[in-house]
Design a protein around this ligand. Structure first.
Ligand SMILES: NC(=O)c1ccc[n+]([C@@H]2O[C@H](COP(=O)([O-])OP(=O)(O)OC[C@H]3O[C@@H](n4cnc5c(N)ncnc54)[C@H](O)[C@@H]3O)[C@@H](O)[C@H]2O)c1
Ligand SMILES: O=P(O)(O)OC[C@H](O)CO
Length: 332
C-alpha cells in the first residue's frame, strides 16, 4: 500500500488527502494549526471543508518529520509564496520520498520561478521525482465526490504513474502528462484570468464578455507557456482550458470571487480583508507579468490585472484599455 504525507491542511490539501485515502493510500497530514490537526484526527476540517466527513485513513500532526516518516509520496499544499520559506524551515523532508507532488498554482514573486523549480532548488529534489497535479479541481466539489479529472505531470513516466495510481479514486480520474511546464503555467495563469472574469461579472457584464476574456486568456496563457517550453496540447487539455473554465465560471473559485468584489468597487485591501483563503492570482499576476516581459510575450489581460492589483487601476479603466488596443489577427 502506498503511503503519502500531505503538507498543508487547507481546502485543497485536505480534499486531495481525501482523494488519496479514497484511492487506498494511507495519508498523514501536516497542519500549522493545532485546532485543525485535532479536528482532522476525529474526521473533519470544518474551517476549510465544512460538513465533509474525512476517511479514517487520514491522520494529522503538527510535526512535519512525523508526517513524512515512511511516506512514498510527499504532497505540498501551502500557498505558493510561502513554499520557499516552508521548505527552508522543514529541512531535508523531501529527500527520502519517491515522488514530491506540487498542488500549488502560483509563480514565485521576485524569482518568477514555478513551484517545481522551487522544489528542485530548495528541496534538493531531482526533477524526475517532482510531480505536478493540476486540473479543474475545485476543492469543495472534489470533497463532495463529484466526478472530475486532473493531470499528473512529471518528466519521468514511472513517477507520474506512481502518483496517478495513488490518487485514482472512484470519482477522481488522473491523466499522466510529461509536460510539467505547461501543466504548471496553465494552473497559475488561469487564476489571473479568473480575476479578470470576476471583475467583468462584478461590473455587471454578461456571458459574451466573460467568454471573450476566457478565450483570449487561453490565447495568452498558451503563448507564454509555449515560449517557456510547454506543449500546446497541454493548454487545450484539463490543466489548460479545463481548469480555466472551472475557475472562471465557478462561484466556488476564490480568484473569481476576489475579482467580482473588485468589479463591484472594493479596493484590493478591502477584498483581502474579507478573503480568508488563498487567491493565488492576486500575488502571481505580478510574477507572471514579469515572466512574460522577461520573455517578450504579450499578455494584455495579465498586464491589466497586474495594474489593478499593484497600481489601483479600476476595472472600468481595464475594459477601456483592452478594447482600445490596435486590432490584430485572432491567432497572433
Ligand atoms: N482550493 C482549491 O480548490 C484548489 C484546487 C486546486 C489547487 N489549489 C491550489 O492549492 C494551493 C493551496 O491552496 P488551498 O486551497 O489549500 O489554500 P487554503 O487557503 O485553503 O489553505 C492554505 C493552507 O496553508 C496554510 N498556510 C497559510 N500560510 C502558511 C504559511 N506561511 N506556512 C505554512 N502554511 C501556511 C493555511 O493554514 C492553510 O492550511 C494553492 O496554490 C491553490 O492555488 C487549490
Ligand atoms: O479557488 P481558486 O480560484 O483558487 O481555484 C481553485 C482551483 O484551482 C480550481 O481548479
Amino acid at each position: 500500500m502506498t503511503s503519502a504525507a500531505v503538507l498543508g491542511a487547507g481546502s485543497w490539501g485536505t480534499a486531495y488527502a481525501k482523494v488519496l485515502a479514497d484511492a487506498g493510500t494511507t495519508v498523514r497530514m501536516w497542519g500549522r494549526s493545532g485546532a485543525t490537526v485535532d479536528e482532522i484526527n476525529v474526521g473533519s476540517n470544518e474551517g476549510y471543508l465544512p460538513g465533509i466527513r474525512l476517511p479514517a485513513a487520514i491522520s494529522a500532526t503538527q510535526d512535519v518529520d512525523e508526517a513524512v516518516a515512511g511516506a512514498d509520496v510527499v504532497v505540498l499544499a501551502v500557498p505558493s509564496q510561502t513554499l520557499r520559506s516552508n521548505l527552508g524551515a522543514w529541512g531535508d523532508v523531501l529527500t527520502r520520498a519517491r515522488a514530491v507532488v506540487s498542488l500549488m498554482k502560483g509563480v514565485e514573486l521576485g524569482t518568477t520561478k514555478r513551484m517545481s523549480e522551487v522544489i528542485h532548488e530548495v528541496g534538493g529534489v531531482d526533477p524526475a521525482r517532482v510531480v505536478v497535479v493540476s486540473g479543474p479541481n475545485l476543492a469543495r466539489e472534489i470533497a463532495l465526490e463529484q466526478p472530475a479529472a486532473s493531470v499528473v505531470a512529471c518528466t519521468d513516466l514511472d513517477t507520474a504513474e506512481l502518483v496517478a495510481r495513488a490518487c485514482a479514486a472512484p470519482y477522481f480520474r488522473p491523466y499522466t502528462n510529461p509536460d510539467v511546464v505547461g501543466t504548471e503555467l496553465g494552473g497559475a495563469v488561469k487564476n489571473v484570468i479568473a480575476l479578470a472574469v470576476g471583475m467583468a461579472e462584478g461590473l455587471g457584464l454578461g456571458d459574451n464578455t466573460k467568454a471573450s476574456i476566457i478565450t483570449r486568456g487561453l490565447a495568452e496563457t498558451t503563448r507564454l507557456g509555449v515560449r517557456l517550453g510547454g506543449d500546446p496540447a497541454t493548454f487545450a487539455g484539463l490543466a489548460g482550458v479545463g481548469d480555466l473554465i472551472a475557475t472562471c465560471m465557478s462561484p466556488l473559485s476564490r480568484n473569481h470571487m476576489f475579482g467580482a468584489n473588485l468589479g463591484k468597487g472594493m479596493t484590493v485591501e478591502e477584498v483581502v480583508a474579507v478573503t480568508s483563503q488563498t487567491a493565488e492570482g492576486v500575488k502571481s499576476c505580478s510574477s507572471i507579468y514579469q515572466l512574460a516581459r522577461d520573455h517578450d510575450v504579450d499578455v494584455p489581460i495579465t498586464e491589466q490585472v497586474n495594474f489593478v492589483v499593484t497600481e489601483g487601476r479600476t476595472p472600468q479603466e481595464v475594459v477601456a484599455s483592452l478594447l482600445g488596443r490596435a486590432r490584430k489577427v485572432e491567432t497572433a
